[in-house]
Design a protein around this ligand. Sequence first.
Ligand SMILES: *[C@@H]1O[C@H](CO)[C@@H](O)[C@H](O)[C@H]1NC(C)=O
Ligand SMILES: *[C@@H]1O[C@H](CO)[C@@H](O)[C@H](O)[C@H]1NC(C)=O
Ligand SMILES: *[C@@H]1O[C@H](CO)[C@@H](O)[C@H](O)[C@H]1NC(C)=O
Ligand SMILES: *[C@@H]1O[C@H](CO)[C@@H](O)[C@H](O)[C@H]1NC(C)=O
Ligand SMILES: *[C@@H]1O[C@H](CO)[C@@H](O)[C@H](O)[C@H]1NC(C)=O
Ligand SMILES: *[C@@H]1O[C@H](CO)[C@@H](O)[C@H](O)[C@H]1NC(C)=O
Ligand SMILES: *[C@@H]1O[C@H](CO)[C@@H](O)[C@H](O)[C@H]1NC(C)=O
Ligand SMILES: *[C@@H]1O[C@H](CO)[C@@H](O)[C@H](O)[C@H]1NC(C)=O
Ligand SMILES: *[C@@H]1O[C@H](CO)[C@@H](O)[C@H](O)[C@H]1NC(C)=O
Length: 380
Amino acid sequence: MRLLSSSDACRIGLSRSGALKSGMSRLLVLLLTVALSRCSCPDRCLCSSQTVKCQNQDLSAIPLSLPLNTRFLFVTGNNISDITVDSFPTKLEMLTDLYLSGNQIESVGEKVFENLPNLVRLDLSNNKFQTFSDSALPDINRLEVLNLSKSFQNHTDIDVVVGVLQSAKLDRLKVLDLSNNDLVILPEDTFMSLSNLVNLSLQNSSIISIQNGTLKVPQLHNLDLRDNSMKYLPTTTLAEFSSMPDLRIWLSGNPWRCDCFIEDTLLWLKNSTQVIDMQNLTCKDPEALRRHLLMHVDPSHLNCSGNMEGVLETSYVFLGLVLALIGVIFLLVLYLNRKGIKRWIYNFRDACRDHMEGYHYRYEINSDPRLANLSINSDV
Ligand SMILES: *[C@@H]1O[C@H](CO)[C@@H](O)[C@H](O)[C@H]1NC(C)=O
Ligand SMILES: *[C@@H]1O[C@H](CO)[C@@H](O)[C@H](O)[C@H]1NC(C)=O
Ligand SMILES: *[C@@H]1O[C@H](CO)[C@@H](O)[C@H](O)[C@H]1NC(C)=O
Ligand SMILES: *[C@@H]1O[C@H](CO)[C@@H](O)[C@H](O)[C@H]1NC(C)=O
Ligand SMILES: *[C@@H]1O[C@H](CO)[C@@H](O)[C@H](O)[C@H]1NC(C)=O
Ligand SMILES: *[C@@H]1O[C@H](CO)[C@@H](O)[C@H](O)[C@H]1NC(C)=O
Ligand SMILES: *[C@@H]1O[C@H](CO)[C@@H](O)[C@H](O)[C@H]1NC(C)=O
Ligand SMILES: *[C@@H]1O[C@H](CO)[C@@H](O)[C@H](O)[C@H]1NC(C)=O
Ligand SMILES: *[C@@H]1O[C@H](CO)[C@@H](O)[C@H](O)[C@H]1NC(C)=O
């Protein structure tokens, strides 16, 4: 009730101050506005014209009785663990900019922003979101700038991030700040519904790779990928970048591994104008090239062919060793079995001799018609 009457007072006051124009009444208007801003400016907040600031006041909730004409609201650096549908109980038609940075917010409930239909800039940075309702942002909204920098500290919560970006129709969103989060890998459909996104910051977000299809964002113009954990850019990513000729990319501060596998990336960089800070990319590995500028690395120093030769050489040596070992084992077996082998050779020789002698004998017998019968008997 107290809230309602204070709002009513504000509304009446506003229309009156609009109507009073004569010089005679200026003092009265001044007094009235001062009184009004007093009447509706919440405790521990500063109000000036259409700006309300409640900063670093250890507030545990968003102040309830905000002036109805508030356009810019700063509730930052407080200690608010969750925001719910009751956080904005009255419709604030004029509110376009809401800053809720640094409040330790963990949970964003259903329909929280329902009463802020004209929100254009929403800053939720420096919080610790673990749950974020699908219906927090109204389906119909005017959001153009969404700041989620340093808001998601655990990559196991990546579904929450994706949920936020897909839940509402963020088709007017132009700027998305996802820097300083723990993201690692973004699911392919993360930015799918952001058809008007122009600036995307993924700086310092532990990203190791961009999947094919993730950046299918038609209007994307500035992509900040600095200070992540990428060692190479896969060919699919290079192709994806090349297919967006208006895209400008920042890539410094990644731990580039300057070995044979970075050759494609290097050739692409040398031929592309898209990477704004390409002169600032440095190698992290191998030791010999640490802190070298990637653009100054001579592709012939990447040891691509050298490495392959080395690998071949080793494999030949290995093959030779294996063959030698087999030979030695064979000889050893022969040596250990030398008696058996000798016996076997003798047996064989004897068998041969017997056989040959048999032939000889038979031949002689066969040639002598008188001994033909005997020869048949000896064969049996
Ligand atoms: C924030 O509020 C919680 C209780 O909601 C309290 O335990 C904590 O000490 C507060 N932190 C600070 C920095 O005031
Ligand atoms: C987001 O917030 C951080 C600080 O909380 C600020 O440094 C950064 O500039 C903001 N990003 C945008 C796009 O406004
Ligand atoms: C991230 O979340 C998982 C499970 O939800 C938990 O086991 C892990 O300790 C968390 N990591 C950090 C750095 O908070
Ligand atoms: C990178 O992000 C982490 C949080 O994820 C933050 O603690 C750290 O200060 C950030 N580093 C820089 C250089 O901003
Ligand atoms: C996007 O970022 C660029 C440079 O970082 C800046 O000049 C431009 O104003 C930004 N666009 C919007 C819509 O904020
Ligand atoms: C990457 O995506 C494009 C279309 O977005 C597709 O044509 C191409 O085949 C994909 N490449 C791979 C390796 O999946
Ligand atoms: C270099 O870039 C141009 C377009 O900028 C492209 O047509 C050409 O194929 C590229 N060359 C190589 C070797 O990638
Ligand atoms: C390259 O790095 C230097 C020093 O850190 C910085 O001043 C400069 O702006 C960077 N250049 C680009 C294009 O980012
Ligand atoms: C390439 O090989 C040469 C000699 O084999 C070596 O001195 C050099 O450090 C290697 N370079 C890299 C980047 O590993």
